[in-house]
Design a protein around this ligand. Structure first.
Ligand code: TXA
Ligand code: MG
Length: 316
């Protein structure tokens, strides 16, 4: 299949409306979209990514007003979160409406819903006739794509089109909050921080901190994630890895260890989040064998960066 690259949200939406797959920019990472009423395009998304069929897709809407199309009910907590954080980098897990097929939710009666704040994503979604199911636009297991070039590298020839946009402003995937249980659970950390969520809904807890069999975890989180080809090794700030092999890289906020061939020093957590996945991909292009990553403190945006680093390193 020839992959068309376009700068026009209208053209991209027209291709999606024909039942084809289209990658598009959002403020978190690029998504690979299919209309939720197109079984062929949905199957194509799983095929192009090499994604396991039991991993549900997030449904994207252009405006919060479209929520009733995809979710059958909003809890009072969900209402508060929508008012404060939609549009933005937050995904809410809600009871699904009948319009959302089980092919999207991997058989679950719940659906993840997100309304991106990115202007081109908004334009694109507004022109799509149906809500758009979209996982991150990378081959399964690889670092998410934060630029159209990264999408192109992973998926050229496997998808119908790429809506070309800017480099993703945030660089890490959305925060996911499950609002279907007795109390809201943060399933995945992201740019909307736990502290910001709790300022609106104090009862929100991270899923990991609940009893083992109490919480339905995000199905996708059991798979390996965000992994470059190089080995990822994490360290706390101030700890220095002992012997640095040649062809090693480092990313962090402190001081690079001595003997590192390629270092990315970030000055803020925002920069660390924005640069992480593109640095992983750059390291692969440079044939780096080991990437040392400094873990930021587990608060604010640091929580999301730590989570991605630990998953990339296979620490949990
Ligand atoms: O920022 C983002 O969220 C990006 C952009 C494109 O919106 N999307 C994204 O999608 O990261 P993906 O497929 O890479 O990750 C979605 C995660 C998976 O771990 C999946 O298991 C979980 O969301 N998920 C989706 N629907 C769910 C549901 N109904 N219940 C629990 N987890 C769900
Ligand atoms: Mg993903």
């Amino acid at each position: 299949m020839k992959t068309l690259i376009t700068d026009s949200p209208l053209e991209a939406a027209a291709i999606l409306n024909e039942g084809k797959t289209v990658a598009f920019p959002t403020e978190t990472v690029y998504g690979l979209g299919a209309a939720i009423d197109s079984p062929e395009a949905l199957a194509e998304v799983f095929r192009a990514k090499g994604r396991p069929g039991d991993n549900p897709l997030i449904v994207h809407i252009g405006t919060p007003e479209e929520l009733p199309r995809v979710a059958s009910k909003l809890s009072p907590e969900a209402e508060l979160l929508v008012t404060r954080f939609f549009p933005g980098p937050l995904t809410l897990v809600l009871p699904k409406s009948s319009e959302v097929p089980y092919a999207v939710t991997a058989g679950l009666d719940t659906v993840g819903v997100r309304c991106p704040a990115h202007p081109a994503a908004h334009e694109f979604l507004k022109c799509c006739h149906s809500p758009v199911a979209a996982p991150s636009a990378n081959r399964s297991g690889r670092p998410s794509a934060t630029s159209w070039e990264a999408v192109h590298n992973d998926l050229d020839g496997k998808i119908a089109a790429i809506l070309r946009g800017n480099t993703s402003r945030i660089g890490l995937e959305s925060t996911i909050v499950d609002c279907t249980g007795p109390r809201p659970l943060m399933l995945r950390a992201g740019a909307v921080t736990l502290e910001e969520l709790q300022a609106i809904v104090p009862s929100i807890t991270p899923a990991g901190e609940t009893q083992k069999n109490e919480a339905p975890k995000s199905p996708g989180l059991k798979y390996p994630h965000y992994a470059p080809r190089a080995r990822v090794v994490t360290h706390e700030r101030g700890e220095s890895p002992a012997a640095i092999p040649s062809a090693s890289a480092w990313i962090g906020l402190g001081t690079p260890p001595v003997g590192i061939a390629l270092a990315k020093l970030c000055t803020t957590h925002e920069e660390y989040a924005r640069e992480l996945f593109s640095f992983f991909r750059h390291c692969d292009q440079e044939a780096i064998q080991t990437i040392y990553c400094e873990l930021p403190p587990e608060k604010g945006l640091g929580r999301a960066i730590r989570d991605r680093l630990n998953r990339a390193a296979g620490n949990h």
